[in-house]
Write a protein that binds this ligand. Structure first.
Ligand SMILES: [Fe+2]
Length: 155
């Protein structure tokens, strides 16, 4: 995982800035061992009950439309839990003072964006990511778009 302030890339930042808004990160090394016991621990400790795998690739049908769906600032009523098996992705997550924290994830990263925290998601140039998703309630995982956002000079 690599994190930075989107509006000031050289400014100091730490995982405390993510923790301040309830974001959780853990490394679960891919290939070193079966990640399922670690995922089961997270499910048990945090109350996730269902699990699936999502994959986006350059040849995924309607990839541009799927990307657009998550590139707008939104939140969910359930946590967004992603354990990256392969590929990479970029989350922009709102900080406590409503700035963007850019979080780049790759294989082995487990990232939890808590319910009701505004964020957006992009693929990298490779346009490929394969993730395990965990849910408390799969019905709750639908984007709710933000109606008004602060001016964002970095876009
Ligand atoms: Fe999301």
């Amino acid at each position: 995982m690599h994190i930075s302030w989107l509006d000031h890339q050289d400014a100091p930042i730490s995982t405390d800035d993510l923790a301040a808004v309830g974001v959780y990160h853990e490394r679960l090394e891919v290939g070193a061992e079966d990640p399922q016991p670690a995922l089961d621990r997270i499910k048990r400790d945090r109350g996730y009950v269902t699990q699936d795998i999502i994959e986006l690739r350059p040849d995924t049908p309607n990839l541009a439309a799927i990307g657009d769906r998550f590139a707008g600032e939104h939140l969910h009523t359930d946590d967004e839990v992603r354990y990256v098996l392969e590929g990479a992705g970029i989350f922009d997550i709102r900080s406590a003072d409503d700035r963007w924290i850019r979080v780049e994830v790759a294989a082995g990263d487990l990232l939890i964006v808590p319910a009701h925290l505004h964020h957006r998601f992009f693929l990298t140039e490779r346009q490929q990511i394969r993730c395990v998703r965990l849910f408390k309630d799969s019905a709750g995982w639908t984007p709710v778009y933000r109606q008004s956002a602060p001016a964002d000079a970095a876009q």
